[in-house]
Design a protein around this ligand. Structure first.
Ligand code: IPM
Ligand code: MG
Length: 357
């Protein structure tokens, strides 16, 4: 039997509630499958630790995570700690330290969840957004000078490297190739940004040569928002820079009916380091402790994690079970139901144990 070492970092807000739900689902899957087990180690890193010690994670945090097969991450962010501190104190050091350069964000309309788009059918919206996750607008390059004076300046420099762009393009083209429609849209802004973005376009065209069976097109990011709303069925796989994909993936989540069900995988495709899987929704302090956090995004990202670990059957079974539970109407209030986190989780585990899933 295979054993996967999983590092769980529930962190802040509803993170611990959804991670607990996700671990129950994974446990039920492992028991049903019989071919693998999970050895989970939990880390108490996050904003509480920051308030006590001045750091969200220990200095050798990434070192401690290195030997794991994957990281299962809840959410980070607290009302009384600035967002840039929590982000740069935990999540980004892991993403960047482990060179998880491909951020993969699947979007579909789950059964029982209503898209705000009039007349759109479930099959019309089936996307995967590939977000460049190591550089671009999130490179952390910049500074402030003449602080507090009238002539104060702040710079925020985007960095695009040939290596960084080429590898994310290759990842996106290969992912598009693995999906039935073999269709990729490259998002850009090379009309206004004439250096990094023009190089981005050139490299897309170069990499496209390696994938002659993939149909691809290019969209300016502003026009892309319109196409996502007006013509969702014309899209399949999408690749965009760190910031563009950040924005587009919120729109994608909203169009699919709820950002509360959206998952994300921060992946090191070369598998030199553990990859990290998390729900997109964040810490949601308004509902923390109420027992009503939607665990679906965490189930979905658990499925991404299983897929990455090579447990494709269990990954697919988990998504079939999620769809069955959503279709049966057992859902949390954010998506129109009245179930608790635990009730959704129990229904899911029950479905996983079922004959037909
Ligand atoms: C996301 C989030 C983060 C991001 C926030 C929390 C900084 O919005 O994963 O999309 O912008 O990367
Ligand atoms: Mg975002």
């Amino acid at each position: 039997m295979k054993t996967y070492k999983i590092a769980s970092i529930p962190a802040d807000g509803i993170g611990p509630e959804v991670i607990a739900a996700g671990l129950q689902a994974l446990e039920a899957l492992a028991r049903r499958d019989g071919g693998f087990q999970l050895d989970v180690t939990s880390f108490d890193w996050g904003s509480e630790r920051y308030k006590k010690t001045g750091a969200l994670m220990p200095e050798d945090g990434t070192q401690q995570l290195k030997g794991f097969d994957a990281i299962f991450f809840g959410a980070v962010g607290a009302p009384d700690v600035p967002d840039h501190v929590t982000l740069w104190g935990l999540r980004l050091p892991i993403c960047q330290g482990f060179d998880q350069y491909a951020n993969v964000r699947p979007t579909r309309i789950l059964p029982g969840i209503k898209s705000p788009l009039e007349g759109v059918k479930r099959k019309d919206l089936d996307w995967v957004i590939v977000r460049e996750n190591s550089e671009g607008e999130y490179s952390g390059h910049g500074g402030r000078a003449h602080k507090g004076l009238p002539e104060e300046v702040g710079t925020e420099v985007s960095i695009f490297t040939r290596v960084g762009v080429t590898r994310i393009m290759r990842y996106a083209f290969a992912l598009a190739q693995s999906r039935p429609r073999k269709l990729l849209t490259v998002v850009t802004k090379s009309n206004a940004q004439r250096f990094g973005m023009v190089m981005w376009d050139e490299i897309a065209a170069e990499v496209a040569q390696e994938f002659p069976d993939v149909t691809w097109d290019k969209m300016l990011v502003d026009a892309m928002t319109v196409r996502m709303v007006k013509n969702p069925q014309s899209l399949d796989t999408i690749v965009a820079t760190n910031l563009h994909a950040d924005i587009l993936s919120d729109l994608a989540g909203a169009l699919a009916g709820s950002l509360g069900v959206a998952p994300t995988g921060n992946i090191d495709p070369e598998r030199r380091y553990p990859s990290m899987f998390e729900p997109i929704h964040g810490s949601a302090f308004d509902i923390t402790g109420k027992g009503i956090a939607n665990p679906v995004a965490t189930f979905w990202t658990a499925s991404q994690m299983l897929e990455h670990l090579g447990e494709g059957d269990a990954a697919k079974r988990l998504m079939r079970a999620v769809e069955a539970v959503c279709a049966s109407g057992v859902m949390t209030p954010d998506v129109g139901g009245n179930a608790t986190t635990q009730e959704v989780t129990d229904a899911l585990c029950e479905a996983i144990r079922g004959e037909n899933i």
